[in-house]
Design a protein around this ligand. Sequence first.
Ligand SMILES: NC(=O)c1ccc[n+]([C@@H]2O[C@H](COP(=O)([O-])OP(=O)(O)OC[C@H]3O[C@@H](n4cnc5c(N)ncnc54)[C@H](OP(=O)(O)O)[C@@H]3O)[C@@H](O)[C@H]2O)c1
Length: 310
Amino acid sequence: MSVPTTMKAVVVEQTGGPEVLQFKTSHPVPVPQAGQLLVRNNISGVNYIDTYFRTGLYASPKPEILGREGAGTVAALGPETTGFQVGDRVAWLAINGYAEFTAVSAAKAVKIPEGISDEDVMASFLSGLTVLAFAKETYHVQKGDWVLLHAAAGGAGFLMTQILKSIGAKVIGTAGGAEKCALVKSLGADVVIDYRSEEGKDWVKLVKEATGGRGVDVVYDSVGKDTWEGSLEAVKRKGTIVWFGNASGPVPPLPLPYVFVSIMLSGLYADNILLANSRPSVSRSLARLSSGTLRLVRSLSTTRMSYSAC
Ligand SMILES: NC(=O)c1ccc[n+]([C@@H]2O[C@H](COP(=O)([O-])OP(=O)(O)OC[C@H]3O[C@@H](n4cnc5c(N)ncnc54)[C@H](OP(=O)(O)O)[C@@H]3O)[C@@H](O)[C@H]2O)c1
């Protein structure tokens, strides 16, 4: 496979709003180093976390090509890279995804199982692996558990609602607006709260009522600043809060009294899932996520290399 010396890429030279994204047409193609693959991206995932690196909420060296996942074909191998061949179809979780080519460590790539399209992989890879790990590892959700899931209509929440229901959990999903709430209900959530409506503003009270005053076994909170203190109220004694994002802004410091009600705090970063699990296990998860048993939000979470959604 011939590899050009320059490529199209979306580069950020300084932190800021969407206006700092620059579309370059002759950015240097990276040279794969030892243990790396050079992937010709067919599709790049666009994720919420990209905005954290763009705005500087999460630190990263600039200039930077944003984007933390992609799917495509191996175009070249770095020295001593094993386990892959030029031409293999792969999905990866790393950095520099908004580009035609990305050099990634082989440890952060997985072959795409037969019969799964790149679009379905990107609609379920970073978000899907993350929510599977949240449901099975960060807190092991059991049948009958009460679970509070914020932003249940978002990319991660949409998949998470379906996975929680497949386990048999009782799901309280929050979402903003009637349309999103109807979507969450259609995924099988037991209780849906529009946390932007007048009634839903007191969502902690509604959660307590739904759980007979006890609170939920686990909260999955990716909204951050706006929901954090409510999440601390809504969880049961010795319950767990899994914090995994800052959609509304960073969470404030934990008020000390909450330490005394024995709340467990947990979190996880998607990148580590590939490193912590065996390749066959990741491939099985990918096949399960993309097999048609889950509804996927393709057009919202992915974009082709035209960068139209960047
Ligand atoms: N730790 C990890 O590895 C990992 C992996 C994947 C995702 N995440 C996190 O999960 C969250 C969701 O990611 P996603 O890709 O699913 O994003 P998404 O589809 O854009 O969903 C984000 C949702 O957050 C809600 N939200 C609440 N306050 C908001 C605000 N001020 N601005 C924008 N949205 C707001 C919105 O739902 P409503 O309108 O219903 O409120 C929105 O749908 C993000 O915080 C992301 O960082 C973390």
